[in-house]
Design a protein around this ligand. Structure first.
Ligand code: ADP
Length: 394
């Protein structure tokens, strides 16, 4: 049966069409610049990538475009072949600890949660509504970025701020990248030949956004992102943890608004802010290898922050069976992984330097006698969406 996995952003729509339960990708695509002149439509099927440019005014038009492309390219003979549509929804708050079948009530809840994720939930909802309109008889499922972390104990999610902020407004740590941490942890149990029970994992998602999660018995017990995805690790353009008192101080010094200052922490910080060059780890590594001082500083700061969290979670879990690296940097950069392992000397991890050269392929990169294993596992959030969709429509 065919299942469509959808990720709707404010000006983009990403999709993958799966044959399930075989988990085979039949087609994937991306529509960018929705609502702007010259939207870009990219569709890949059977290794053949097509790119066209036309004006797509809104998400409803983008959805129609996706479905007409699937028909035009004979990827499906009829839209009736699509039995379920799964949507990535960023914020599920405390309400959703698992994926759900989308009903009017669920839509109302996702809408209410928009105040916690104003950049994401409204865009996700536009995607849901657009698909409901075009495929009214097809079941739609919401899969949340926060759901996997709903197992965190209260000591992990509550901020030591006035308790009334939590009670009245839901101010707490939620955590994100849940689908990715869940997916790589499940693959890790397979690679390790162990079940989740009694296994302690630290999953390290290093993409443009980045987060670390401590997982015990298959459950997230703590994660580095918080009330928003701004905190925790240093990221491509996000600062990660900083003292909030910096905000009013810089606002006054630079005579700029709260919004501009917060934007600087979201979009002008992290690797970009410190390297003064780029948010892209490939550029940073090139700079490091050429001896560029700012790039070396950015890289060292980045590595330290990752290690700080791993150390903290090692203690929290009372030890660790495996570190799992994923996402663009974690999957592809042996240099970054090695720098992290080198800095974690106290854990006595025995890295296999040859195996650690791997890029984008599932593997164990430690020597057989290393007590703590290090795994590289490419993430697959689209597949998590397709699996949950299959589970909930069946
Ligand atoms: P997103 O969070 O946008 O999904 P990705 O998971 O694609 O991001 O990760 C993007 C990051 O991965 C960028 O910093 C990019 O430089 C980095 N990256 C991709 N390939 C490599 C590589 N071969 N070596 C080092 N970094 C890489």
């Amino acid at each position: 049966m065919k299942i469509l996995s959808v990720n709707a952003g404010s000006s983009s729509l990403k999709f993958q069409l799966f044959e399930m339960p075989e988990e085979k990708v039949i087609a994937s695509g991306l529509i960018e610049r929705i609502g702007l002149p010259a939207s870009i439509i990219t569709v890949t099927t059977n290794g053949d990538k097509r790119r066209t440019v036309e004006d797509i005014q809104d998400h409803a038009k983008a959805v129609q475009k996706v479905l007409s492309v699937l028909l035009d390219l004979s990827i499906v003979a009829s839209l009736d072949e699509i039995k379920g549509v799964g949507h990535r929804v960023v914020h599920g708050g405390e309400k959703f600890s698992d994926s759900v079948l989308i009903t009017d009530e669920v839509i109302t809840e996702i809408d209410k949660l928009s105040e916690l994720a104003p950049l994401h939930n409204p865009a996700n909802l536009i995607g849901i509504k657009a698909f409901q309109k075009v495929l009214p008889n097809v079941k739609q499922i919401a899969v949340f970025d926060t759901a996997f972390h709903q197992t965190m104990p209260i000591e992990s999610y509550l901020y030591p701020a006035p308790y009334s902020w939590y009670v009245k407004y839901g101010v707490r740590r939620y955590g994100f990248h849940g689908m990715s941490h869940k997916y790589v942890s499940e693959r890790a149990y397979k690679l390790l030949g162990k079940g989740p029970e009694g296994t302690r994992l630290i999953t390290i998602h290093l993409g443009n956004g980045a987060s670390v999660t401590a997982i015990r018995d298959g459950k997230s017990v703590e994660t580095s992102m918080g009330f928003t995805p701004l905190v925790g690790l240093m990221m491509g353009t996000r600062s990660g943890d900083v003292d909030p008192s910096i905000l009013p101080f810089v606002m006054q010094k630079e005579n700029c608004s709260f919004e501009d200052t917060l934007n600087a922490l979201n979009y002008e910080s992290g690797l970009k802010g410190i390297s003064l060059a780029s948010s892209d780890m490939r550029d940073i590594l090139k700079g490091v290898n050429e001896g560029n001082k700012q790039c070396i500083l950015a890289f060292n700061l980045y590595i330290k922050r990752v290690c700080d969290y791993i150390g903290q979670y090692y203690i929290l879990l009372g030890g660790c069976d495996a570190l799992v690296f994923t996402a663009g940097i974690g999957e592809n950069s042996g240099q970054t992984r090695k720098a992290i392992i080198d800095r974690l000397a106290a854990l006595e991890i025995k890295l296999d330097e040859e195996a650690n050269k791997v890029m984008g392929k599932e593997s164990i990169v430690t020597k057989p006698d290393s007590k703590i294993k290090v795994l590289v596992i490419p993430t697959n959030e689209e597949l998590v969406i397709a699996r949950d969709t299959l589970r909930l429509i069946s």
